[in-house]
Every structure is written in structure tokens, then in C-alpha cells.
Design a binder for this molecule. Structure first.
Ligand SMILES: Cc1cc2nc3c(=O)[nH]c(=O)nc-3n(C[C@H](O)[C@H](O)[C@H](O)COP(=O)(O)O)c2cc1C
Length: 175
């Protein structure tokens, strides 16, 4: 059983598992612009308090790599650079990058352009803390966690519920 929804940090994941008895968590919007969240989660589940708090320079490196991989994936520099535009706001949330670089990245169509823009950043700018965290993506109100009937009593899925789950799997892509 996996806990899904509103996991924005390792602390959220630990709380989800602690309060629901889930075996693990699913991350959707929380990793947008923060691929390192998974490292934080792995560390937290190992019982380590480590958290990756990247400088602006480190975020820029990750953003550039993401753009390169999209270019490779689509087999087109223009297509990849256009696709990475939607990630700009997520990667740089809370960092002081300035309106010109922000809008430039959201219009760039070559890796050279992206490089030139990233070159204008103060790479030593530290992790901005709370401003870089929290909801991203299509964020509505946090949802109340729903649990299977009597889950907290037995922390097991009874055979009836297994049937419901199996039926639900047939109707959703699940991925
Ligand atoms: C970029 C993105 C792509 C997703 N794609 C799918 C998908 O293909 N199938 C699916 O069932 N859910 C998909 N989801 C939903 C997530 O698996 C998850 O259920 C939902 O985002 C709620 O979790 P969150 O609060 O962590 O975002 C996607 C979510 C995001 C943000």
C-alpha cells in the first residue's frame, strides 16, 4: 500500500508513512524542478536527516542537464528547449534569478541560449529555504488522506478490498 498525494518534502513522506502505515509514498508534483527530492526521501527512510539544499549554481547545472536530456529524448534541440520551458518556474522557485533571465529561459530555443542565460546567474546564491519549497504544479487545496475501511485497525487489506483494488486497477492507467 502506497501513500499518494501532497508529498512535498521528506518530512511529508515520513509523516504519511507514520500516520497511515503505508509501505511507501508516491510523488507527483513534489519532484517538479526538484529531482533531488528522491535522494532526500531515500535518506529520510534510512533514518538520516540529510537534505539536499542546492545553491543556485547547482540548480542551474541540473536544469541544463534536464534540457540536454530532453533534447536527446526528442531528437531535436528546438523541441527539447521548448519542452524544458515549463520547468523554469519549478527549478528556480524562490531563487533570485531576475526577470530577464526568467523570461529569457522561458523563450529559449537552443542550448547555447540557455547556457548564456545561466551564465548570468550568481552561482553562489544559497538555497532560499521555504521559498523554494512547498506546492508546485497545479496546486489546489491539500486533500484529506483517505484510507481503506478499517485500515488503521488491521493495517492489512482484506479480501473484499483486494477485489475493489483489482477492479480499480482495470480502470486506471496507474502510471
Ligand atoms: C507530471 C505528472 C504526471 C502524472 N502522470 C500520471 C499518469 O500518467 N497516470 C496517473 O495515474 N497519474 C499521474 N499523475 C498523478 C500522480 O501520480 C499523483 O497521483 C498526483 O499527482 C497526486 O500526487 P501529488 O500530490 O504528489 O502530485 C501525474 C502527476 C504529475 C505531476
Amino acid at each position: 500500500m502506497l501513500g499518494n498525494g501532497d508529498i512535498w518534502s521528506a518530512a511529508d513522506a515520513l509523516r504519511m508513512v507514520d500516520e497511515t502505515g503505508a509501505d511507501g509514498v508516491v510523488v507527483g508534483r513534489g519532484c517538479l524542478g526538484r529531482p533531488w527530492l528522491f535522494g532526500d526521501l531515500a535518506a529520510a527512510f534510512r533514518g538520516e536527516g540529510l537534505r539536499y539544499m542546492p545553491t543556485l549554481g547547482e540548480v542551474a547545472v541540473a536544469f541544463k542537464r534536464h534540457a540536454e536530456l530532453l533534447v536527446e529524448f526528442f531528437g531535436s534541440e528546438e523541441h527539447g528547449c521548448r519542452d524544458v520551458r515549463k520547468h523554469v518556474a519549478w527549478y528556480f522557485k524562490g531563487y533570485p534569478i531576475g526577470g530577464d533571465v526568467r523570461s529569457g529561459l522561458a523563450m529559449a530555443s537552443s542550448l547555447q541560449e540557455i547556457d548564456d542565460l545561466l551564465g548570468q546567474l550568481d552561482r553562489d546564491a544559497p538555497y532560499p529555504g521555504a521559498d523554494a519549497e512547498g506546492p508546485r504544479g497545479r496546486a489546489g487545496h491539500p486533500k484529506r488522506t483517505a484510507l481503506p475501511d478499517r485500515w488503521l485497525e488491521s493495517r492489512d487489506v482484506d479480501s473484499e478490498f483486494r477485489k475493489v483494488l483489482a477492479a480499480a486497477e482495470l480502470h486506471h492507467s496507474g502510471g
